[in-house]
Design a protein around this ligand. Structure first.
Ligand code: PLP
Length: 376
């Protein structure tokens, strides 16, 4: 039996999602831009999915653009905003704990002369708002790109406060909400961000589909030009089955939020932490207790090396990771742990255990036993 505790890396495709998308791989494989009835029907399926995604985040359907993945959504915004603000006397603010899908494109901007500032976080993993306020300069055109929830710790960022600071300075605001959507309430009708990135495979759609929220009236320069699909924001014949999948997954996550499914995940995460705390003398739980997604436990085992634990856990059937999947195999301590002030020793002794709506209590109890045995 394997126990999957790496849901921040990716999630199992939900059976309902598979069921919803299959007809668009088999019978309804037409081009949605075709004028005949079969094509128009496929187009309707895309628009239904757009409504489902919009509903999940409190957007209007025409504010949703389907993309190939979360990384693409982030790059699309960053490139468009770079052009919008221009290189001369502008500024960009990101946090030190962003995913590489924000860090690398903004590094590329810095390499060609943009002023890109990285804002630190407190030791609980939350953005240092004072530092952010100092970096945001209303005398300069600029934008901020801040993640809604961190992929390694699950810590939810002060998005409302940060957005208010950015907007008050006349800056554009983008959030990489890839690890927040479907896990905590993410509402663009409450938090006035201009852009928001979504990735399907983090909440039970397949890998290779994402979405970008672009607030109505916000200037946007497409990265991919062509046939003008997706309102001209992202050309290319639409990946209909995957778009339908993202729509269905969005509806499922809304249901899970409404029917207590997400609370059940959080209770299991708490049970996992309590179990480990009871069985191990030396264990530390990292990141804000109060502001985090319900599915992540970020745990340090002082005196142990995560890279040594992982193969043993894998052999015992526990699948988890020491950080983001993209960092696997890297010999440096993770940038998120560094930003939170971890010593190298602590950073190297930490594991990310991330659950999903498919995680069961039996799995959690079994994982506690196995992890405790292997760590001690
Ligand atoms: N941003 C965050 C915070 C992520 O966790 C991930 C995936 O790990 C991405 C961006 C990249 O998304 P995708 O895998 O859809 O390209």
């Amino acid at each position: 039996m394997s126990i999957y505790l790496d849901s921040n890396a990716t999630t199992q495709v939900h059976p309902r999602v598979v069921e919803a998308m299959m007809p668009y791989l088999t019978g309804a494989w037409y081009n949605p831009s075709s004028g005949y009835a079969a094509g128009r029907e496929v187009k309707v399926a895309i628009e239904t999915a757009r409504e489902q995604v919009a509903a999940l985040i409190g957007a209007e359907p025409d504010e949703i653009v389907f993309t190939g993945c979360g990384t693409e959504s982030n790059s699309m915004v960053i490139k468009s905003l770079a052009r919008e603000i221009g290189r001369k006397s502008s500024r960009v603010a990101v946090s030190e704990i962003e995913h590489s899908a924000v860090l690398r494109p903004t590094e590329a901007m810095a390499a060609v002369g943009f002023d890109v500032e990285r804002v630190g976080v407190h030791d609980n993993g939350r953005l240092d708002l004072d530092q952010f306020e100092n970096v945001v300069d209303s005398s300069k055109p600029g934008f901020a790109s801040l993640m809604w929830a961190n992929n390694e710790t699950g810590v939810v960022q002060p998005m409302m406060e940060a957005t208010e600071i950015a907007k008050a300075a006349g800056w554009w605001m983008h959030t990489d909400a890839i690890q927040a959507v479907g896990k905590v309430p993410v509402r663009v009708d409450e938090v006035p961000v201009d852009f928001l990135s979504i990735s399907g495979h983090k909440f039970h759609a397949p890998k290779g589909v994402g979405a970008l929220f672009i607030r109505k009236g916000t200037p946007f320069e497409p990265m991919i030009r062509g046939g003008g699909q997706e309102g001209g924001h992202r050309s290319g014949t639409e990946n209909v089955p995957y778009i339908v999948a993202l729509g269905e997954a969005s509806s499922i996550m809304m249901e899970e939020a409404g029917n207590g499914g997400l609370d059940r995940v959080a209770a299991l995460r708490d049970r996992l932490e309590t179990g480990l705390g009871e069985r191990l003398n030396r264990v530390e739980f990292n990141g804000s207790r109060e502001h985090r997604t319900g599915n992540v436990a970020h745990v340090s085992f002082p005196g142990r090396v995560a890279a040594g634990l992982l193969p043993k856990l894998d052999a015992a059937g526990v699948q988890c990771s020491a950080g983001s999947a993209c960092m696997t195999g890297k010999s440096q301590p993770g940038h998120v742990q560094k930003a939170m002030g971890f010593s190298d020793e602590k950073a190297f002794s930490s594991l990310r255990l991330s659950l999903s709506i498919f995680t069961t209590q039996e799995e959690v109890d079994e994982a506690v036993e196995l992890i405790a045995r292997i760590v001690s």
